[in-house]
Design a protein around this ligand. Structure first.
Ligand code: DX5
Ligand code: ZN
Length: 218
C-alpha cells in the first residue's frame, strides 16, 4: 500500500496571506500542498497560475501537488514544472492528447497525474497506466470548494484499485472530503486525501492541525 497522505487545498485558504497559510498547514501536519489551477474555461471559475505557485515555493518543503483544471494544458506544463510543482495532474477530459501530456510531464522530471470528473469512466486510463504516477478521482464537479461529496466516487475508487493491480500509483480523491467520508474512502483504496474547507475551517494553525488529524484518524 502507498503511504497515507493529507493534501490541503489552499483554494479554501485566505488568499490575502497565501504564504502564511501554506506555512500554517505545513506546521499543522499537511503531507502535500494541493494547488488548484482553474482557467474559467475548462471549469467555471478562475484561481491562480504558475507565478503564484512559484512565489509560494520558498514557504515550504512539502510536495506541491498541482491539479490543472485548464485547457489546453500542454503549453503550460513546463511553467508549472519550473514553478516548483512536484506532481502535475491533468484532466482526461481537457484535451484529445492525454498520452502526450503525460509523456511531457514525465519528460520534465515530474510525477504525472490524471484526474477524472465524476461522470468520466475509468477506461480512459486503459492505455496510459504505465505513464501514470497518480490518479485523482473527483468527488465533486471541479470548479469550487465547499461542495457536497458525490458518493459514487467510493465505488469508482474500488474499481480503480482493482484496475491498477498493485502498480505504484497513488489514488487521490478530491472534493467534499472530511472525516465523515475518509474512512470508507480509505477502505476503498484511497491513499491521498485532498481537503479544502474541512482543513481550513477555524483559520488558525491549531485548528488546521486538529482538522488534518481528524481526517487522518478517520
Ligand atoms: C475543486 C478542487 C478541490 C477543492 C476541494 O475543483 O479541485 O481541490 O478545493 O475543496 P473542498 O474540500 O472544500 O471540497
Ligand atoms: Zn483539486
Amino acid at each position: 500500500p502507498r503511504p497515507l497522505v493529507i493534501a490541503p487545498s489552499i483554494l479554501a485558504s485566505d488568499f490575502s496571506k497565501l504564504g502564511e497559510e501554506v506555512r500554517a498547514v505545513d506546521a499543522g501536519g499537511a503531507d502535500w500542498i494541493h494547488l488548484d489551477v482553474m482557467d474559467g474555461h475548462f471549469v467555471p471559475n478562475i484561481s491562480y497560475g504558475p507565478d503564484v505557485i512559484k512565489a509560494l515555493r520558498p514557504h515550504t518543503k512539502k510536495i506541491f501537488d498541482a491539479h490543472l483544471m485548464i485547457t489546453p494544458c500542454d503549453p503550460y506544463l513546463e511553467a508549472f514544472a519550473k514553478a516548483g510543482c512536484d506532481h502535475i495532474t491533468v484532466h482526461a477530459e481537457a484535451g484529445p492528447h492525454l498520452h502526450r501530456s503525460l509523456q511531457a510531464i514525465r519528460a520534465l522530471g515530474k510525477k504525472a497525474g490524471v484526474s477524472l470528473n465524476p461522470s468520466t469512466p475509468l477506461n480512459v486510463l486503459d492505455y496510459v497506466l504505465d505513464l501514470v504516477d497518480l490518479v485523482l478521482i473527483m468527488s465533486v464537479n471541479p470548479g469550487f470548494g465547499g461542495q457536497a461529496f458525490i458518493p459514487s466516487a467510493i465505488g469508482k475508487v474500488q474499481d480503480l484499485r482493482a484496475m491498477i493491480a498493485g502498480r505504484p500509483i497513488d489514488i487521490e480523491v478530491d472534493g467534499g472530503v472530511g472525516p465523515n467520508v475518509a474512512g470508507p474512502l480509505a477502505a476503498a483504496g484511497v491513499n491521498a486525501f485532498v481537503a479544502g474547507s474541512s482543513v481550513f475551517k477555524g483559520g488558525t494553525t491549531e485548528s488546521y492541525r486538529s482538522n488534518i488529524a481528524a481526517i487522518r484518524n478517520a
